[in-house]
Design a protein around this ligand. Structure first.
Ligand code: UD1
Ligand code: UDP
Length: 354
C-alpha cells in the first residue's frame, strides 16, 4: 500500500509527525508532499528537524496570493505529482488550503482520500477553514474524527447515507503532545520570567478585522501591564498586519518558536490566550485554562467541561476571564481526545483496508 500525504502548514507537520511514524510501524509506504504553504524556517523546517519527519519527496513552493490563486496552483501541481506517483490513497490533515487542494486533486483522479480531523465544524461559513473542512469531508472516503462531537456533526449532515467510512480515532495532537512532552525546551529568545501568560494570534477573522485586532492588542497590552507578562510568539501573518495598522504591542513578542519550545511555554504558562485550534487543546493537555479569542470553537467539549471560555475580540471579556482563571489548574480528562492512540488507530485502519 502506498499513501501520499499532503501537508503544508505548521499544525499539519505536527499532526503528520505522529501518523507518519505509525504508518512506518505498520509497513505502509508513505510519499510526502509539502505544498510550501508555510515556508519560513521557524514555520516549517524546524518541525521536520525536531519531530524527525522524513524530508518531503515533493516540495512545491506555493504560498501567498488569494485563496483561489493559492488553492488553484496547489491543485494543478498536486495533480501532476499524483499522476506520477500513482498512490493507493491520499492522506490530508485539518482544514487549510493545502488540505482542500490535496483532497480535490485526488478525488478527481479517483484516488480514495483519508481525512484526519474530519467532522469538525464551527458553523461559521465566513471562515476559510470551515469551507475547506466541509468540502474535504464531502469528498473523503475515510473520515478520521477526533471527537464524539465530530461524529455527531457528520451524522447530522447525513454522512451515514454516504459510501464513506467514519471512525472516531481520537485527536492526533494529543498523541504528539504526550509523545514529545519530555522534550520541552526553553525558547532562547525568552526573558527569564517566573510567571507568564502564553498568547497566540493568527486567525483571519481577527487579523483581517482592524477593530477586532485593535481590541485584542489593547487587551493583551492591558494584561501585560497590570496582571502578568504576556509572551506572544507572533505568527508572520499577524506581524505583517500589526505593522501595517501601526498598532503597538507592549507585550513580550518573540518569533514563532519550534514545537519543543512551544511545549515548554504551554507547560510553564499560567493561562493560555489563543485563537488557534491546536493551542486550545494543548492548553487542556497541559492542565491550563484557555480563553479563546473567537466567537465559536470546533472543540466544543472544552467549553462543556468548563476549561475554556469564548471571549471573542472583546477586550473587557478577555481581561476579566484572565483575572478569573489565571493560574487555575485543569484536570486532564484523557477520554475527551482518545488518550494519545489516534495515530496508531489510523495506521491500523488504513493497513487493514485493501
Ligand atoms: C493557515 C491556515 C489556517 C491555519 C494556519 C496555521 C488556510 C486558509 N489557513 O493560515 O487554517 O490555522 O495556517 O498556522 O489555509 N507567512 C509567512 N511565512 C510563512 C507562512 C506564512 O510570511 O512561513 C505569511 C505570508 O505572508 C502569508 C500569510 O503569512 O501570505 C498567511 O499565510 P497563509 O498560509 O495564507 O495563512 P495562515 O494565516 O498561515
Ligand atoms: N506552534 C508552534 N510554535 C508557535 C506557535 C504554535 O510550534 O510559535 C504549534 C502549536 O503548539 C500547535 C500548532 O503549532 O501544535 C498550532 O498551529 P497554529 O496555531 O498555527 O494553527 P491552528 O491549530 O490554529 O490551525
Amino acid at each position: 500500500m502506498k499513501i501520499l500525504t499532503v501537508i503544508g502548514a505548521r499544525p499539519q507537520f505536527i499532526k503528520a509527525s505522529v501518523v507518519s511514524k505509525a504508518l512506518r510501524e505498520v509497513d505502509i509506504q508513505e510519499v510526502l508532499l509539502h505544498t510550501g504553504q508555510h515556508f519560513d524556517q521557524n514555520m516549517s523546517d524546524v518541525f521536520f528537524e525536531q519531530l524527525s519527519i522524513p524530508r518531503p519527496n515533493h516540495l512545491l513552493d506555493i504560498n501567498g496570493g488569494s485563496h483561489g490563486e493559492m488553492t488553484g496552483r496547489m491543485l494543478r501541481e498536486i495533480e501532476r505529482v499524483l499522476l506520477k506517483e500513482q498512490p493507493d490513497r491520499v492522506l490530508v490533515y485539518g482544514d487549510t488550503n493545502s488540505t482542500l487542494a490535496g483532497a480535490l486533486a485526488a478525488v478527481k483522479l479517483h484516488i480514495p482520500v483519508a481525512h484526519v480531523e474530519a467532522g469538525l465544524r464551527s458553523f461559521n461559513m465566513k471562515m476559510p477553514e470551515e469551507i475547506n473542512r466541509i468540502l474535504t469531508d464531502q469528498i473523503s472516503d475515510f473520515l478520521f474524527c477526533p471527537t464524539e462531537t465530530a461524529i455527531k456533526n457528520l451524522k447530522n449532515e447525513c454522512f451515514d447515507n454516504k459510501p464513506c467510512k467514519i471512525f472516531n480515532v481520537g485527536d492526533v495532537m494529543q498523541d504528539s503532545a504526550l509523545f514529545f512532552a519530555q522534550r520541552a525546551i526553553k525558547p532562547v529568545s525568552l526573558e527569564n520570567r517566573d510567571n507568564f501568560i502564553l498568547a497566540t494570534l493568527h486567525r483571519a477573522e481577527n487579523t483581517d478585522s482592524p477593530t477586532r485586532l485593535a481590541a485584542i492588542v489593547s487587551a493583551l497590552n492591558d494584561i501585560h501591564r497590570h496582571i502578568a507578562a504576556v509572551v506572544l510568539p507572533l505568527h508572520p501573518r499577524t506581524k505583517k498586519v500589526i505593522t501595517q495598522h501601526g498598532l503597538r504591542l507592549d507585550v513580550e513578542v518573540i518569533d514563532p518558536v519550534g514545537y519543543f519550545e512551544m511545549l515548554w511555554l504551554l507547560q510553564r504558562s499560567s493561562i493560555v490566550l489563543t485563537d488557534s485550534g491546536g493551542v486550545q487543546k494543548e492548553a487542556f493537555f497541559f492542565g491550563k485554562y484557555c480563553a479563546t479569542m473567537r466567537e465559536q470553537t470546533e472543540w466544543i467539549e472544552l467549553i462543556d467541561n468548563g476549561v475554556n471560555t469564548l471571549v471573542g475580540a472583546d477586550a473587557v471579556r478577555i481581561v476579566e476571564t484572565v483575572l478569573q482563571h489565571n493560574g487555575q489548574r485543569i484536570e486532564d480528562n484523557a477520554s475527551l481526545y482518545g488518550g494519545g492512540k489516534a495515530a496508531m488507530r489510523i495506521a491500523q485502519i488504513l493497513s487493514n483496508i485493501s
